[in-house]
Design a protein around this ligand. Structure first.
Ligand code: NDP
Length: 288
């Protein structure tokens, strides 16, 4: 199978490399073309000038772009040239509705669409240990097996198109609560005068630990929040969760609180920092 990759950002760059390691990657494309040219040169794969040209040259495309409108834009361009029987695997985090729209764009050309959002951070992308949540036809899921296995460790089929994104939205609600708890606890520990590196080492082995505590509390110790998972991106995800819950007439307290905090961080110019930057706000609680 010849696989193309679109969207060489913090996640996509690693995922494309893992597809290359598995012997599957044949072409890459990025909106800012320099990134694609550099990676293509290094891996000895193609860097077509347009999405249409990439679509014509592959049997499957993995996309990892930012938000809903970006996915629809990219899929519409790819739809012009993908061959019948090709598969698009979108690993961006977007709404279930956008996944269904993307599938509808590709359906007339007999191109399959799988929503395959991922979890595990840039480390998971680098180490090919991502958890991947898949929605779409079971038959496309079977065919895409080697591609998914090259990028992730836990790959789960959830059901029809949009189910992967619904599973991912569930994950994003958990991440909101956890990053808030981690940053609040770390601000508390600092106010107690505790040695924060020892807190991370010790509590990282305790019952209150989590991926976010182990991997992102060190950012709080250093006072540096390199992306990572940008505040703006999680804000986008939580807006999706808010809309999905609103269809049941529900406002989720954890989601609403984090959206308020992210709005504050973005207003202060921290939108492109990692979400562990919530520590900035929690620290201020102790400075009043
Ligand atoms: P980045 O901001 O690092 O990269 C975004 C990529 O998408 C870039 O390659 C960018 O191109 C491209 N892009 C954005 N808009 C368009 C568009 N309209 N057309 C074409 N290309 C576009 O994001 P991440 O890699 O961090 O995240 C990508 C997706 O994965 C997001 O949906 C995010 O929510 C999700 N995700 C992120 C995780 C993380 O820890 N970072 C974890 C799990 C999921 P350019 O280089 O030109 O800007």
């Amino acid at each position: 199978m010849r696989v193309g990759f679109v969207g060489l950002g913090a996640m996509g760059m690693h995922m494309a490399r893992n597809l290359h390691r598995a012997g599957l990657l044949t072409a890459v494309w990025n909106r800012t073309p320099e990134k694609a040219r550099t990676l293509a040169g290094e891996l000895n794969v193609q860097a077509p000038a347009t999405l249409e040209a990439l679509g014509a040259s592959v049997d499957a495309v993995v996309t990892c772009v930012s938000a809903d409108s970006d996915v629809l834009e990219v899929v519409s361009e790819l739809a012009k040239s993908l061959k019948s029987g090709a598969i698009v695997l979108d690993s961006s985090t977007v709404s279930a509705e956008t996944a269904r729209k993307a599938a509808d764009i590709l359906h007339p050309r007999s191109v399959e669409f799988l929503d395959c959002p991922v979890s595990g951070g840039t480390e998971g992308a680098r180490d090919a240990t991502l958890a991947i949540m898949v929605g779409g036809s079971e038959q496309a899921f079977e065919r895409a097996g080697p591609i998914l296995a090259a990028m992730g460790k836990t790959v789960t089929y959830f059901g029809p198109t949009g189910s992967g994104q619904a599973a991912k939205a569930t994950n994003q609600i958990m991440c909101a609560g956890i990053i808030e708890a981690v940053s609040e606890a770390m601000a508390f520990a600092r106010a107690q005068g505790l040695p924060l590196d020892k807190i991370v080492d010790t509590l990282g082995k305790g019952a209150g630990s989590s991926w976010y505590f182990v991997h992102r509390a060190p950012n709080m110790v250093r006072g540096a929040y390199p992306a990572g998972f940008r505040v703006r991106l999680h804000e986008k995800d939580l807006t999706i969760c808010r809309d999905m819950a609103a269809r049941f007439g529900v406002a989720l307290p954890v989601v609403e609180r984090m959206l308020d905090e992210y709005a504050e961080l973005v207003a202060r110019g921290y939108g492109d920092e990692d979400i562990s930057a919530t520590f900035r706000l929690k620290s201020e609680l102790f400075e009043k």
